[in-house]
Design a protein around this ligand. Structure first.
Ligand code: NAP
Ligand code: GCO
Length: 277
């Protein structure tokens, strides 16, 4: 008799994680493999990054397929999905993970910079979802997981394009749920807090005098857990949203933020600096 933990397994499923040579995408894909996924597919925008990713997966005993594919290029996205469906018969799970951020004051941001962020962070997920949906409809179901953010709910200085994209991605998540939920397709989003990855490295760099980056101190003071998240913190939620255990969850953004969204925050000056510990 199948036990409750079997509901969290991904046996026989083909999972495509976009932008997954490193960072959160790699963590999601590795967790999917551990949960039994039949095939891990990932893409990145350069062969160098794809090769780096393939080495990362091989090091973990995962026989992943890597593609050079820019999620903003409709033809490249269509060719990737066509190839995967031809080889493996399906894309059962899509994680729209690929994303960029530009931290520029709005008054200084160019239209091109704005459009680049919107293109990768919002149009890319639209294009990738649009191309996998027909196969999911044919097969009677599928899972789409979008990468939302604290900036799907909150703004902050210098991230106008990113916040607009991630806010839009929250609504795209709800709309895919609304349009395709009747076909056993679940579209949800992961809403990470502040996680230690290359994307946030500039916000955590030690100052010349060895003290904490002001933003590092700020985020620790805003987070009840008083720490940055690690990629490992997000693996369980990713597997849950990709698995049958979440079949009746749809259109939700599940925040995994150490409590940031629930907390007014404390005086950063009261935080103990790590080097004092
Ligand atoms: P990351 O370290 O910057 O990795 C992003 C990945 O996406 C990289 O492999 C990047 O490749 C790839 N990528 C960028 N543009 C692409 C494109 N046009 N087509 C295909 N791949 C592309 O980011 P992360 O921290 O792992 O975050 C992953 C996702 O979670 C992002 O959507 C991010 O917005 C979101 N998120 C992150 C955090 C956090 O605190 N880290 C919190 C909330 C949400 P390149 O190296 O070539 O750019
Ligand atoms: C920033 C950070 C954030 C995180 C994440 C928070 O500059 O504020 O990069 O945007 O990446 O999106 O959830």
């Amino acid at each position: 008799m199948a036990g409750i933990l079997d509901k969290f397994r991904l046996d026989g499923r083909v999972a495509w994680v976009t932008g997954a040579s490193y960072g959160l995408g790699l963590a999601y894909a590795v967790a999917f493999a551990e949960a039994g996924a039949k095939k891990i597919v990932f893409n990145d925008i350069s062969q160098e990054l794809v090769d780096k990713g393939l080495a990362e997966y091989r090091q973990r005993g995962i026989d992943a397929d890597g593609y050079v594919c820019d999620v903003t290029d409709e033809r490249q996205v269509a060719e990737l999905v066509e190839d995967v469906e031809e080889k493996y018969g399906a894309v059962d799970i899509l994680v729209n993970n690929a994303g960029i951020i530009k931290r520029i004051p709005m008054t200084e941001m160019t239209k091109e910079q704005w459009e680049q962020v919107i293109s990768v962070d919002l149009t890319g997920p639209f294009l990738c979802a649009k191309v996998v949906l027909p196969g999911m409809l044919r097969r009677g179901g599928g899972k789409i997981i979008n990468a939302c953010s604290m900036m799907s709910e909150l703004g902050r200085e210098t991230v106008s394009a990113y916040a607009a994209a991630k806010g839009g991605l929250k609504m795209l998540t709800k709309n895919i749920c609304s349009e395709y939920g009747q076909y056993n397709i679940q579209c949800n989003a992961i809403g990470p807090g502040y996680i230690a990855t290359p994307q946030t490295a500039p916000l955590r760099e030690r100052q010349a005098d060895g003290s904490m980056h002001p933003f590092d101190r700020f985020i620790r003071a805003k987070t009840p857990a008083q720490r940055w998240g690690e990629t490992e913190d997000l693996e369980g939620l990713a597997v849950f949203l990709a698995s049958p255990a979440s079949d009746f969850i749809n259109g939700q953004v599940v925040y995994i933020d150490g409590g940031i969204l629930a907390y007014i925050g404390q005086d950063p000056s009261q935080l103990r600096d790590e080097k004092e510990e």
